[in-house]
Design a protein around this ligand. Structure first.
Ligand SMILES: C[S@@+](CC[C@H](N)C(=O)[O-])C[C@H]1O[C@@H](n2cnc3c(N)ncnc32)[C@H](O)[C@@H]1O
Length: 246
């Protein structure tokens, strides 16, 4: 198997927008409140994808600009959040004016960015003392069936992804960290779709992807905590960091 380049993986979401929107989790309200500073009005949701976090930010009454490079992901966002200002752009070039937002959120995406370039762009678009927040939903693999699901979706994956404190550089204060634990109820059958939305599977040849999805189906059909269930709770911890423009 050839190792896909990080850039190919980052761009792979263009092929999986429907699965992503249908199967990926959103964000609990306490997370969303933590990643936006009090008094913020204008927020850039960078790498907004299909709008999972954007929807929550809009729900808090914030004025949100969603920037996302993938046309297919952005189309899902516009379909579900028709009033939101959604623009094509990247972490290197958001297209926003200087000092135009109070906060930037980056959910499930910092690992696709070049940190020095992204940090410089965030420092440019934030107003003085504005806040950047970086967050990831991470499955709690200590639950047996979750660990088995994770083992399957990582089979053959040679790309190392680090979900850790973002290197924001000296334009920002030292990041503050918080962990939120919660669970997303889902139908066991949707564990296949959740797997199909992952970048590793999106770049695989069809036969290799089908083999992994078949293994997921087998897990759902045979694991005692999944077999015959209408819904199960998928446990998550959301790891969040926030820092202010110094
Ligand atoms: C896992 S999705 C996260 C989407 C959304 N933030 C969420 O929480 O569901 C990652 C997103 O990052 C986008 N992306 C990848 N590389 C990027 C870059 N250099 N700049 C901005 N977005 C990027 C992808 O197109 C994809 O929509």
């Amino acid at each position: 198997m050839t190792e896909p380049h990080r850039e190919d993986r980052a761009a792979s979401f263009e092929r999986g927008a429907g699965a992503y929107h249908a199967a990926r989790p959103g964000y609990p309200t306490d997370v969303v409140r933590w990643v936006v500073p009090e008094g913020a009005r204008d927020v850039l949701d960078l790498a907004a994808g299909t709008g999972k976090l954007t929807a929550e930010l809009v729900g808090l009454g914030l004025h949100v600009v969603a920037v996302e490079p993938s046309d297919a992901m952005r189309a899902e966002l516009v379909g579900s959040l028709p009033g939101v200002d959604a623009r094509a752009g990247t972490a290197d070039a958001t297209g926003l004016p200087d000092a135009s937002v109070d906060a930037v959120t980056v959910a499930q995406a910092w690992h696709w960015f070049d940190p020095p370039t992204a940090s410089a762009e965030l420092a440019r678009v934030l107003r003085p003392h504005g806040q950047v927040a970086v967050l990831w939903n991470i499955r709690d693999d200590e639950t047996d069936w979750v660990g088995r699901w994770t083992e399957i979706v990582h089979r053959g994956d040679t790309l190392t992804t680090v979900y850790a404190e973002p290197a924001l550089g000296d334009r920002f204060t030292a990041p503050e960290h918080a962990t939120f634990r919660w669970a997303a109820p889902m139908r066991p059958a949707d564990l296949r779709l959740l797997a199909a939305s992952r970048s590793h599977l999106l770049v695989l040849p069809d036969d290799e992807r089908e083999a992994l999805l078949d293994a997921i189906d087998e897990l759902v059909a045979t694991h005692p905590d999944l077999r015959g269930r209408d819904t199960v709770d998928l446990p998550y911890r959301t790891e969040c960091w926030r820092a202010l423009l110094a």
